[in-house]
Structure formats: structure tokens, C-alpha cells
Write a new protein. Structure first.
Length: 317
């Protein structure tokens, strides 16, 4: 017998929940992803100096052409496995219909993917900042609107890489903290609105506008945060990317005839060519009363030509 006036049985909404998925990771765009056939292998390095040294190419009739000599070396990579997993409990499985069960599993996989993305971006941030061939602190942080000059600072970095390697940086990378100061700086706004006008321009600029000013292919802004507090303690958020602005050269994909500041060597892990991430649903474990889902990938991130990178440090405070 039903008593009382409440006939609705509580169940989770299918179109609303409180979750904390952050902005999309930029890890795929920072350095080219190189699909590889083996977990460990070597790649070829052609020495730039003999390739760019002029040769005496005038040939007298009846004489043999002068032979050029190239210097070739190699370096190795090893793509370790990064994997995490999450349980779906017996109670959750029993209480869910077919559609809810699929969503439940997708939610667990999404939560694991978030953890993997954060760790991967942390590794890339550490690699990029540590491996730049040259670096200098800006004279004044860009939030100092009176004394700072981000246009001069960025051009210093661009020219440093260009005159050290012969390749002009095609990417700028910075944290959201640095970007927020750059995009509202008057010198940047004025240049974006009218290069012939000094002062008077208003409104923040876009990443595409900044890329156009400095003739870059792309301006990347790292918006990912991490919780640096230990488990059980109050959350402490920190930028994954530091207060530097990085200027570097990196092609968009694998290439045999261009250098790159770094690369992400991605192995398929025996799951078939083209595999980026793999998901495995492990058998139900009656002792634990749970089914375990795992998500992972194999990858090595390496700086392969550090001279193609320059770091402007202390760009924001």
C-alpha cells in the first residue's frame, strides 16, 4: 500500500550534473605527434652545419663534380606506458539500465582520460620550459603597462631562434596568466587595431591577431590547472604552464626535411596502427564486487633540437 503524497522515485538527471571537466588540453598541438611502429627505436639526425656550408661548385670541363659530405647521427626514444583505471561497482551495475550503464562506463573513462591529460600536459610543460636553447627574463612583467614592452620582448625571442638556427619560430606558447596580460597590453592592442596608430585603441585582441602581428602560425594558451594539494586536503589550484612565454619552431606533423624543437613519439601498443588511446574492460571481480576499466597510451616526449626554442621568463606576475 502506498502512503503519503510522493510517488516520484529519485534518479539522476540525464542532462545535468556537477562535474569539473576543464578546458581542452593543448597537448596535441604543442609538439608534432609521430606515430611509430616500435616501442623503442632510433631516429636520424642530419648535422645542419655541413648542409648549410657553401661549396665551390664551379666545375671545369672534363673534371669530376666536387663531392659533398653530410654528417649523420642518431638518437633513440622509448615510449613508456601511461595507464589509469577506475571501478564500476556491483551496486552501480545492478542499479543501472542499459543506457545508464553505458553512460556510467563513459563517465569513468572520461574521468580517467582527464587524469591522463593533466599528467601529460604537466610533462610537456616541464619539458618545454627546461629544454629551450636560450632564455631571458623580460625587463618588466607585461602586467606593468607603463614600463613593459612585450612587442620588443617577443621579437628578441624570435630573432634569437632565427639567427641561431636559420628557422623562424612559428609558435608561441604561454599560460593563461601570461596571455591575459599580453592580450590587454596597449602596445598589442594598438598594433592589432592599426599599426600606424599609437594610443587610443580599446578592446582585447584575439590569439589570431597576435599570431598575425608576429607572423606566427599559432598562439597556444595553456588553460589547464592542477590541484597541488595532497589527497584529503583543501584544493590548491596552480597553473600547469608557468609565467613564461615560449617561442619555438615545430612543424604540424612528421617531416623528414625540417627540424623541430621536440616531438611526441606515439606507439600503438600492439593495438593496431593509428591507435591513440586504448580502453580495456576487465572481467568482473566477485571478490571486490567491481569491474575495472582502464585507459592508456604509449608515448615519449623529447626535445630533439633545443636551439629552436626560446623562453621569455617572468612575463607575468
Amino acid at each position: 500500500m502506498i502512503s503519503g503524497g510522493r510517488l516520484h522515485i529519485d534518479r539522476p538527471l540525464s542532462n545535468f550534473a556537477v562535474d569539473f571537466r576543464p578546458h581542452q588540453s593543448i597537448a596535441d598541438s604543442v609538439l608534432p605527434i609521430i606515430p611509430v611502429e616500435h616501442q623503442s627505436d632510433v631516429y636520424t639526425i642530419f648535422d645542419q652545419a655541413p648542409q648549410w656550408r657553401p661549396e665551390v661548385d664551379l666545375r671545369a670541363p672534363g673534371t669530376q663534380a666536387r663531392a659533398i659530405r653530410l654528417t649523420v647521427s642518431s638518437a633513440s626514444y622509448h615510449a613508456p606506458n601511461f595507464e589509469l583505471g577506475a571501478d564500476v561497482t556491483r551496486e552501480e551495475l545492478a542499479d543501472a539500465d542499459v543506457l545508464q550503464r553505458a553512460k556510467l562506463e563513459q563517465g569513468r573513462v572520461g574521468a580517467v582520460r582527464l587524469k591522463l591529460d593533466i599528467s601529460r600536459e604537466i610533462r610537456l610543460a616541464q619539458l618545454m620550459h627546461a629544454s629551450c636553447g636560450s632564455r631571458t627574463a623580460v625587463a618588466s612583467a607585461w602586467n606593468d603597462a607603463t614600463n613593459s614592452d612585450p612587442i620588443a620582448d617577443i621579437n628578441i625571442g624570435i630573432n634569437n631562434v632565427l639567427f641561431a638556427t636559420g628557422f623562424r619560430p612559428n609558435k608561441a606558447l604561454m599560460s593563461l596568466r601570461v596571455w591575459n596580460q599580453l592580450r590587454k597590453h596597449n602596445t598589442i592592442i594598438n598594433k592589432a587595431v592599426n599599426p600606424n596608430v599609437t594610443g587610443g585603441a580599446t578592446g582585447y585582441v584575439t590569439r589570431q591577431a597576435v599570431a598575425s602581428i608576429f607572423e606566427l602560425d599559432e598562439v597556444l594558451v595553456g588553460e589547464l590547472f592542477q590541484n597541488t594539494a595532497q589527497e584529503g586536503l583543501a584544493q590548491t589550484l596552480a597553473d600547469v604552464w608557468s609565467n613564461s612565454c615560449l617561442l619555438y619552431y615545430a612543424p604540424s606533423g612528421p617531416t623528414m626535411d625540417q627540424p623541430t624543437f621536440g616531438a611526441q613519439f606515439r606507439w600503438h601498443g600492439g593495438m593496431g596502427a593509428g591507435t591513440q588511446y586504448y580502453v580495456e574492460r576487465h572481467p568482473y571481480e566477485s571478490k571486490r564486487g567491481a569491474q575495472f576499466l582502464t585507459l592508456g597510451y604509449y608515448q615519449a616526449e623529447l626535445a630533439v633540437f633545443s636551439a629552436c626554442g626560446f623562453a621569455l621568463t617572468a612575463a607575468a606576475t
